[in-house]
Structures are given as structure tokens and as C-alpha cells.
Design a protein. Structure first.
Lengths: 115, 107
């Protein structure tokens, strides 16, 4: 099983450019999440999805957009990149229907630098 | 927003010492999870606690869920360099993470 796969692993963007961070999972998990992690800090939730066609904002959604057209894929879109969006981005998935506190599986992260 | 505050933020101790890190909130959680994250990797689940007062042991790691289900602690006995990492607590279905404790064990 590949688990959660994120692409790209690294990216440098210029201010004002746009890009999409890709995330796909092959575990048939209904819940998917996007987080950002600034140096030395914890994870802040950007957006999450409880199933195909359903998304909702997390703690820090401004400057980002998401879509969930399939169970497997949950891309994160940055429309106008700003230096404040320099961070490491993690995608995760889980299956809460399996019971309370079921494990979330994370991708390897995308390190984004905006210059 | 369910805020999870972790303390201390940073901890550096000698190999063989014991330590405790804390995860606190003003909200009640149906469950809390602890994850460990190593540099360049995503977090990996260590344990889930679901019952108030519950204690779980994972080798030298002991996890406790507060009676009121608002807080949790992680105790490490005889810390080893392999315990070095970022420890994160997380709660609820929306998977909100705490602020993190960066632990360094000095050989």
C-alpha cells in the first residue's frame, strides 16, 4: 500500500504565482486533511473533507482552496502565493467510522518556499 | 476551535532521565491521540486514549487521559536518544493538533 502520497516534495514559488499541491490516498478513507507546519511548530489545520464533494475550513483557510471530487484525491490550491505561505504542508487521511480516535496517516510533506 | 496547549514547548534532557509532557484544553474530548514526528517525516500515531482516567503503556512511554477528558500527559522513563522528536497531541474527528513539544535527548 502506498498510503498517502503528496506531490511535489519541494517547490519554490514567486510571489503572486499559483500552484496546486496534490494528495492522493489508496486506503479508501473518507476523511482527508491539509495542514501547514511552520518551523519548530505544531500542525495547523487548513481545510478538511469528510467525503467526496464535502469540504470545510480549518483554523487557517485564508489564501487556500480545496476540492474533493473523488474519495482518493484532495488537492490544495494556492491562488496568489505570499511569503507568509512558506511552510511545510502535510496531507492526511483517516477513517473515523472505524471508532473513536482512529489513526490518521500522513504524507511525506511538501516543502514550499515563496520568494 | 478546540485549542490544545502543550507544555513545555522545548525540553532537552540527558539520556536516562525521566520526563513528562502535558496537553491541556478547556474543551472536553471524546478521545485524544499522541503522535511523534521526526525531521522530514509526517507524524506517526503512538497511542489513542478514549476513557477518562485511562492509562496506557507503550514500553517506556506512559500515557494518561485526565478524568474530565480535558487533558493528557505523556511520561517517558529512562529517556533514550531514539526518543528525540516532536510530540504532538491531537483531539476529535477534525483532528486538531496541539502546539507540540520538541524533545531532545542528549547522549
Amino acid at each position: 500500500n502506498a498510503g498517502v502520497t503528496q506531490t511535489p516534495k519541494f517547490r519554490i514559488l514567486k510571489i503572486g504565482q499559483s500552484m496546486t499541491l496534490q494528495c492522493t490516498q489508496d486506503m479508501n478513507h473518507n476523511y482527508m486533511y491539509w495542514y501547514r507546519q511552520d518551523p519548530g511548530m505544531g500542525l495547523k489545520l487548513i481545510y478538511y473533507s469528510v467525503g467526496a464533494g464535502i469540504t470545510d475550513k480549518g483554523e487557517v483557510p485564508n489564501g487556500y482552496n480545496v476540492s474533493r471530487s473523488t474519495t482518493e484525491d484532495f488537492p490544495l490550491r494556492l491562488e496568489l502565493a505570499a511569503p507568509s505561505q512558506t511552510s511545510v504542508y502535510f496531507c492526511a487521511s483517516s477513517f473515523p467510522d472505524a471508532g473513536p480516535g482512529t489513526e490518521a496517516f500522513f504524507g511525506q510533506g511538501t516543502r514550499l518556499t515563496v520568494v | 476551535t478546540q485549542l490544545l496547549e502543550q507544555s513545555p514547548q522545548f525540553l532537552s534532557i540527558q539520556e536516562g532521565e525521566n520526563l513528562t509532557v502535558y496537553c491541556n484544553s478547556s474543551s472536553v474530548f471524546s478521545s485524544l491521540q499522541w503522535y511523534r514526528q521526526e525531521p522530514g517525516e509526517g507524524p506517526v500515531l503512538l497511542v489513542t486514549v478514549v476513557t477518562g482516567g485511562e492509562v496506557k503503556k507503550l514500553k517506556r512511554l506512559t500515557f494518561q487521559f485526565g478524568d474530565a477528558r480535558k487533558d493528557s500527559s505523556l511520561h517517558i522513563t529512562a529517556a533514550q536518544p531514539g526518543d528525540t522528536g516532536l510530540y504532538l497531541c491531537a483531539g476529535e474527528v477534525k483532528l486538531t493538533f496541539g502546539t507540540g513539544t520538541r524533545l531532545t535527548i542528549i547522549p
